[in-house]
Design a protein. Structure first.
Length: 370
């Protein structure tokens, strides 16, 4: 994508957000939810089906466009942005590992917003250690019976389709489970950030799932299905962190030019200049890294996998430092929940945890060079 087209698409996304999300973002966060109508608007703009081919009703956007969407959404509402990752991960799993019948049934509905997808992997004892999942699936004739619990499921409160991972004969297997009365949904309150991402804990009690709802084959759940989904999730979160960093820079640069202390604008004080410089340079470095990863992924380069790990690690660490410095610069202003900086600060910490903690990233990245 040329620089002109990149800027043009960024303006398109920004204008959509300014009209449809920005005026209501704080309201959504306080209420802990958002209207279904918002999902349809996101779909109509071509964002919800970003990674779905046109043949299945999607937009088939390239990796840079997908990155731009997540960056711009994170500047306004990381909670709303999270539906793009959640449904996107489910869509990717179906596109890559599903059969044609599954693709024809679910992908158009995910792209249109008729169906909201949720990725259900984590459990009480299975976070970074995904191989410790305890949920079980037992085969009975032409169906499976699922029993167990899932935690921290983004969009779990409103999802119509869950991508669920369970052990079947000792093999980790991926299932498409439609919302029904055997899926008990518990709202998760009191979150540090992303309070409108409608996170839920799920209980599956003797949940009957047709054998036509397996993705791939028995045993392909973690190594193939989950790993590809999490790879996509890490990519989108890397760009989301970039959005938070850039937003913090923009706010702080504007603030230090106007705010006066000790007879001079803040920007004239050397320590403030140092903080602003580090924020700008760090954000620019992350942008370059994310753009390079977008190119690698678009070209299908093998190194894109570890580079995506690196991008998410770099971007989330940078967002944490930049958001912290932004609050330091704004002082009391930044500590008030009426200011977006306060929200960015909380969200940045969460981004160091979801899609793999920073510590797990360090193990994976270092291990790739050993």
């Amino acid at each position: 994508m040329s620089d002109y087209n990149q800027n043009q698409y960024q303006r398109y996304v920004s204008e959509f957000l300014e009209s449809n999300i920005t005026p209501y973002a704080n309201k959504f966060e306080k209420e802990g939810s958002f209207d279904r109508e918002i999902i349809y608007k996101i779909s109509e703009a071509g964002f919800l089906g970003a990674n779905i081919p046109e043949d299945y009703g999607g937009s088939n956007l390239d990796m840079l466009q997908i990155g731009i969407i997540h960056e711009q959404f994170a500047r306004v509402s990381s909670s709303i942005r999270s539906i793009l990752t959640s449904s996107g991960m489910v869509a990717l799993a179906i596109l890559r590992w599903g059969n044609e019948k599954q693709r024809r049934k679910w992908l158009p509905r995910l792209a249109s917003g008729e169906c909201v997808g949720a990725f259900a992997l984590a459990e009480q004892e299975a976070g970074s250690d995904a191989g410790n999942i305890q949920m079980e699936a037992v085969r009975e004739k032409n169906h499976y019976i699922l029993n167990g619990q899932k935690k921290w499921v983004t969009m779990g409160q409103i999802a119509d389709l869950y991508l669920v991972f369970a052990k079947c004969n000792g093999n980790y297997t991926a299932f498409l489970v439609e919302k029904n009365k055997c899926v008990l949904v518990e709202k998760q309150d009191g979150l540090l950030g992303l309070r409108a991402s409608m996170i839920a804990n799920l209980s599956f009690e003797n949940c009957k799932v047709s054998d036509g709802n397996i993705l791939g084959v028995e045993g392909a759940g973690l190594e193939y299905v989950a790993s590809s989904c999490l790879d996509y999730g890490r990519y989108t979160v890397a760009w989301a962190c970039l959005g938070i960093s850039q937003a913090c820079v923009d706010i702080c640069v504007n603030y230090v030019k106007k705010r006066r202390q000790f007879g001079a604008a803040l920007i004239e004080h050397q320590l403030i200049q140092q903080m602003i410089t580090r924020m700008i340079v760090s954000t620019n470095a992350v942008r370059l890294y994310c753009n390079n990863v977008a190119r690698l992924r678009e070209n299908g380069e093998a190194e894109s996998i570890v580079e995506t790990w690196s991008a998410k690690y770099l971007s989330s660490k940078a967002a944490n430092e930049i958001a912290s410095n932004a609050i330091q610069i704004l002082g009391a202003e930044g500590c008030c929940d009426k200011h977006p900086i306060e929200r960015y600060f909380r969200e940045a910490k969460i981004f160091e945890i979801i899609e793999g903690t920073s510590q797990l990233h360090e193990i994976i990245i270092a291990g790739s060079y050993s």
